[in-house]
Design a protein around this ligand. Structure first.
Ligand code: AMP
Ligand code: MG
Length: 417
């Protein structure tokens, strides 16, 4: 694969793991929380373990439409029961059911006390007030028992869990009206660059549309945070300083893109140095080497690179970890799989690389190939990718047919050939 960038080894660059430890070490654990209605809780992070105060289900009920029976002779293969009533979901039959008696029951309907099996409707013949069943009946068949889903006093959801759609259902089934969640931190972002133009204006020569702010807007959506867009700032030290100073007063995290390298128009690192503290600014990762991380007063600061793919990769690797911790969630490393490489990949030693890959299953085996040109400006090959191929610092080349580590994005059947 052609690579137009010359990448020399930089001994001062931190490796990804060390950078992550430094980042996580600078983020204070989340403490402030609020009580909100369950209806508003989707995507928020639980600030307290959720304990069930009841069994779910909390009464013995039927898994089928059919008949709840009080059976004595389970060895018989023909049974006749007298039908003595009905039990619908929400409308129980509360009288006693004697041996060889049955109650018509709907799915979810309460199974009367002495009934010890439910027979599905399809296996039952009705004759006057009797039902006839010509098959074996097993004790407890088709009965759902109290607590078989969730037991009383069980911890159902752990503090730090981001509430998803399943949790919404669980919380509702526990009868929770309100939920205690961590409050939302404020994450702000801005772009730097004299060449940047907003999407509603025509482009002149030597200008590009400011796509990074939209990338970040998209990347930030899944977090329980308040997002603040600070627009574009020109490549002028004073202007950058002013904007960083203002935004860092209003945010818990501030992200910038561009202007963080060593070019003549790169002022972000110096501005951070002047207003706050640089923790590190070089990482041995490609794409994404310059990344200024530090703090301006209490605000965490990430000066991300300018190239769009570098923005996404460094966001996924580093900003994600910080925001997760700041929102009260655990940092969890990405799931990875091993896949066979479909064609050779070359790289230089010294940096960990994240190539954009297409992971698929061929003849029952996971295989991966590059999704296209790998320049850090080529966003279209990230669009076509469904995974990163992670190549560690020491690797120089990987040959076709060798195993590689692959970090899948969310996989759908669309990605399988
Ligand atoms: P820089 O790090 O500022 O030197 O930018 C590196 C590359 O990323 C240059 O080609 C920039 O034009 C491009 N770039 C920087 N910021 C943005 C942005 N907000 N949207 C699109 N491209 C950008
Ligand atoms: Mg720039």
């Amino acid at each position: 694969m052609k690579d137009n960038c010359f990448n020399e080894f930089d001994p001062n660059a931190l490796n990804v793991e060390v950078a992550l430890i430094k980042i996580l070490g600078s983020v204070a654990s989340k403490k402030d929380y609020e009580l909100i209605p369950l209806k508003k809780a989707y995507g928020r992070v639980l600030a307290k373990n959720i304990k069930s105060h009841q069994n779910i289900p909390n009464y013995k009920n039927s898994a089928m439409d059919g008949y709840a029976v009080n059976i004595e002779n389970i060895n018989d293969t023909k049974h006749i029961f007298k039908c003595v009533g009905e039990s619908f979901a929400g409308h129980p039959f509360e009288k006693s059911v004697n041996v060889n008696e049955a109650v018509k029951v709907m799915t979810g309907g309460m199974v009367p006390k002495k009934c010890n099996a439910v027979v599905m409707k399809e296996l039952v013949k009705n004759e006057d007030d009797k039902i006839i069943i010509n098959s074996k009946i097993f004790i407890d068949q088709n009965i759902r028992f109290p607590g078989e889903d969730i037991k009383k006093n069980e911890i159902v959801l752990l503090k730090g869990k981001q509430i998803d759609e399943i949790d919404m259902g669980i919380l509702a089934s526990l009868g929770k009206v309100d939920v205690l969640v961590y409050s939302k931190p404020i994450v702000g972002f801005l772009s730097t660059g004299d060449e940047l133009v907003s999407v509603n204006k025509p482009l002149k020569k030597s200008q590009v549309y400011d796509s990074n702010r939209y990338l970040l807007l998209g990347l930030l959506q899944k977090y329980p945070i308040k997002i603040k867009d600070y627009g574009v700032v020109k490549d002028k030290m004073l202007l950058i300083e002013k904007k960083l100073s203002l935004a860092s007063n209003e945010c818990d995290v501030l992200l910038t893109t561009g202007g963080v390298s060593v070019g003549d128009a790169d002022f972000v690192k110096n501005a951070l140095d002047k207003l706050g503290r640089i923790n590190f600014w070089k990482i041995a990762v490609k794409p994404g080497r310059p990344l200024a991380f530090g703090k301006i007063k209490k605000c965490l600061f990430f000066g991300l690179p300018g190239n769009p793919v570098s923005v996404v990769v460094t966001f996924n690797l580093f900003v994600n970890a910080a925001i997760r911790k700041l929102t009260g969630q655990k940092y969890s490393p990405s799931l990875s799989v091993t896949a066979r490489l479909e064609s050779e990949i070359k790289k230089r030693k010294g940096r960990k690389e994240y190539k954009r890959g297409i992971l698929s299953i061929k003849n029952g085996k996971l295989t991966v190939k590059s999704s296209g040109a790998q320049g850090s400006n080529i966003l279209s090959s990230l669009k076509d990718a469904n995974s990163y191929i992670e190549l560690t610092e020491n690797i120089k080349e990987i040959k076709k047919g060798e195993d590689v580590k692959v970090i899948p994005f969310v996989l759908t059947s669309e990605h399988y050939e």
